[in-house]
Design a protein. Structure first.
Length: 135
């Protein structure tokens, strides 16, 4: 289910990802310098650097988007759209969320995914995305 906690989690994470370069301005250079293997489709550096057990504990083994049981690791900014494996781009997701999201941008996929929820939850989601769009 989508609840206030997961809405807050998504909001927090999107804001954090948008500001992360301030904290780690050269993380991309460092990742490339380590010689991570290139991803076949677009030559994007691709290698998980985050501790997965730690990530699962951080989210209490829950999907970031719907609070279901976490089964996959999702990239908020899709790898297919030049996203990377920076810790703030890697989140746990349930299988239905991850497979339906695929390479769709979060701002496109999430409102549609959440519109399948109750009216009250859909309103909360719309308010969240209006707020995010204004920032
Ligand atoms: Zn989910």
């Amino acid at each position: 289910m989508l609840n206030a906690a997961s809405t807050t989690a998504v909001r927090y994470f999107v804001e954090f990802a948008a500001q992360a370069w301030r904290v780690f301005p050269n993380y991309r250079d460092r990742q490339r310098a380590r010689g991570h293997k290139a991803r076949a489709c677009d030559n994007q550096a691709h290698a998980l650097v985050v501790d997965l057990p730690w990530l699962r504990r951080l989210y209490r083994d829950r999907c970031l988007y719907c609070a279901g049981r976490s089964q996959h690791i999702d990239h908020l900014w899709p790898l297919a759209d030049r996203g990377d494996d920076a810790p703030w781009n890697v989140v746990p997701a349930c299988s239905p969320c991850n497979l339906s999201k695929s390479a769709t941008p979060l701002r496109v996929w999430l409102p549609g995914r959440l519109s399948a929820r109750t009216a009250g939850e859909a309103e909360a989601t719309a308010a969240l995305w209006a707020e995010l769009a204004a920032t």
